[in-house]
Design a protein around this ligand. Structure first.
Ligand SMILES: C[S@@+](CC[C@H](N)C(=O)[O-])C[C@H]1O[C@@H](n2cnc3c(N)ncnc32)[C@H](O)[C@@H]1O
Length: 217
C-alpha cells in the first residue's frame, strides 16, 4: 500500500506542491480508500468513482489494478482539471465534468461514492442509490462513505464542518442533508443489495460510516 501511495501521489507533482501534499495525505490517511482497494475483486473490469474530486482514489486503484477501466465524475471543474493533469497518460480512464444526477452510470463491478450523497436532498440521494444498484453487475459492490446524522456529537461536528465548507465555497452544493445510517441502508436493501454497515471514522472527529452494498450473483 505504501508503494501504491508513493506512485499514485507522485502523479500530482505537475499540479503543484499543494496538490502533491494533499494527495499524499489523503491517499495514506483516508480509511475508506483502504477499504475500497481491499474490496476490488481480481476479475473486476470497471470501477466508477462518483464525486471523484481530484481523482485520488482513481490514481490509487490504477497503481494496484492496471487492467481495470476507470470512470470518474465530478461537477467541480477545477478538481476535474487537477485529476486530468494527474491522470493524463491513462488510456483506460474517463473523467466527466458534470453532475452525477444526469450521468449515465456505466455497468460496473465497483461503484465508490465517498462523501458525496449529503450534498443532495434525500429524495435525490435515494434516486441515486437506486441507480447504483441498477448499474452494478451481479457480484458487484457499491461503497458509500457518509456521515450519519444519528451519531451524537460527532454528527454535529460533521454537519457543522460540511456546512461551513459549502458556505465558504470549498465544496460546491446547495446545502447538506445527512441522514440516519439505517435510512440509507434501507434504501440500498430496497434496491436489492445486501448491505454491511461499519464505522469509518477512525482518527477523525466525524460520524463517518461505510455502507458496503453487494449485488447478489
Ligand atoms: C468531500 S468531496 C469528496 C471527494 C472524493 N470522493 C474523495 O473522497 O476524496 C465531495 C465531492 O463530490 C462532488 N460532488 C458533490 N455533489 C456532486 C454532484 N451532484 N455531481 C457531481 N459531483 C458532486 C464535489 O464537487 C466534491 O469534489
Amino acid at each position: 500500500m505504501r508503494d501504491a501511495v508513493e506512485v499514485a501521489s507522485q502523479r500530482y507533482a505537475p499540479a503543484g506542491r499543494w496538490a502533491l501534499g494533499f494527495a499524499k495525505g489523503k491517499m495514506s490517511g483516508d480509511p475508506a480508500y483502504k477499504r475500497v482497494l481491499e474490496l476490488i475483486q481480481p476479475g473486476a473490469r470497471t470501477l466508477v468513482d462518483i464525486g471523484c474530486g481530484e481523482g485520488h482514489l482513481l490514481a490509487l486503484v490504477r497503481a494496484l489494478h492496471p487492467g481495470i477501466a476507470l470512470h470518474g465524475i465530478d461537477h467541480d471543474g477545477e478538481r476535474v482539471a487537477t485529476a486530468r493533469t494527474a491522470l493524463a497518460d491513462e488510456p483506460e480512464l474517463t473523467l466527466t465534468d458534470g453532475d452525477v444526477r444526469g450521468f449515465d452510470i456505466p455497468e460496473s463491478d465497483v461503484i465508490a461514492c465517498l462523501d458525496v450523497l449529503h450534498y443532495m436532498p434525500e429524495d435525490e440521494q435515494d434516486a441515486l442509490l437506486t441507480r447504483f444498484a441498477e448499474a452494478l453487475r451481479p457480484g458487484g459492490v457499491c461503497l458509500i462513505r457518509e456521515g450519519r446524522s444519528d451519531g451524537g456529537l460527532a454528527s454535529t461536528v460533521t454537519k457543522l464542518s460540511e456546512s461551513l465548507a459549502v458556505a465558504f465555497g470549498r465544496h460546491k452544493g446547495d446545502g447538506v442533508w445527512f441522514r440516519p445510517a439505517e435510512v440509507t441502508k434501507a434504501t440500498l436493501e430496497r434496491a436489492g443489495l445486501e448491505v454491511e454497515l461499519t464505522d469509518c471514522s477512525e482518527g477523525t472527529p466525524f460520524s463517518n460510516m461505510l455502507w458496503v452494498a453487494r449485488k447478489p450473483c
